[in-house]
Design a protein around this ligand. Sequence first.
Ligand code: GDP
Ligand code: MN
Length: 399
Amino acid sequence: MDIHEYQAKEILSGFGVQTPVGGLAYSPEQAAYRAREIGGGKWVVKAQVHTGGRGKAGGVKICANEHDVFDAANDLFGRRLVTHQTGPDGKIVYRVYVEGATSIDRELYLGFVLDRSSERIMVVASAEGGMDIEEIAQTKPESIIRTTIEPAVGMRDFQAREIAFSLGIDAAHVQEAVTNIKGCYRAFRDLDATMVEINPLVVTTDGAILALDAKMSFDDNALFRRPDIAELRDKSQEDPRESNAMDRGLSYVGLDGEIGCIVNGAGLAMATMDMIRLAGGNPANFLDIGGGASPERVAKAFRLVRSDDKVQAILVNIFAGINRCDWVAEGIVQALEANPIDVPVIVRLAGTHVEAGRKILAKSGLPIIRAASLSEAAGRAVGAWQKSQEQDVGLEVSA
Ligand code: GDP
Ligand code: MN
């Protein structure tokens, strides 16, 4: 789960990380009021959307008076901010964050991620802040510093000092940098984060060290024990297909293709998507209905996949181990009888009680396309989608 910049800054401040003074606003009037409250003569108005790259997309505005703050906020509210990370649909701005402007000397990069190969939290830092880390990795790979943290002892002061020195922070401010770096680390570890990114971490013209931007993501599977974090969820920033699924306990990832997938198990979902690609199609989603595929769950899954207009065919691929094919088949039949579906449905069943399952599908009289193997199923799904394409083109020509 991702959270907003202002939320991440509030959390990190609690761990001793220095951030500019700021206030949240839901209206231009409130933004101007926040500026007055913060004081000083210069402010930054920042769109709160779950994406990076806001600066380049016009989502970060520096203002010299309260009227400018009002106008900047007025311009941002309701806008669909499209950045290189959002995809063409962008993210709508419902909240802005107003901060006292910082006078910047240098912009640095500081990130914390979970490194799967070393099974450690890894600190990634670079003196080339401000840009995307992917861009830094391309243009100046030698500037990236990586340090892994031994979980039994946590981050040691010397490690934080080493990072600070390699970022070129002068001796007088190293202790301040250490406090910031260790604060981020503790927040990451204590809150089940999967990512903390400060880009840029700045050295101000006064020599102070501040987190000017902050991004945090959290492990969805740990949210049950972090109610304070779970509360920060902002559904307006999520793909509605994915938040619907999450609310129903299904694991769903929306993709751009035309073939909907209903699968049990993440590995099987990956294999199914590969087979669809191999057959010349594109998956519209990744949906794992999990182990106990009750009729209710199958029905929910069908509704969810069908709610995506792009879906032109639905491939159900079930490998029943603990599950039973006859139960799943029963679920499919009940789901389709209750809510008939207007796109081709291709079903491949394998595993426990497969014969009984196939019989249930055959006897149902529903227009289900049955397949014996995954490659056959993928081929048939792609074939059904291509056929629907031809029909559409035919209609356009004759109209
Ligand atoms: P992002 O584009 O979504 O990553 O948003 P950031 O919060 O990182 O802001 C983008 C850029 O705007 C930063 O890299 C800075 O160069 C600039 N910026 C943001 N806040 C300030 C500020 O207070 N003062 C100045 N001078 N520049 C700022
Ligand atoms: Mn940034």
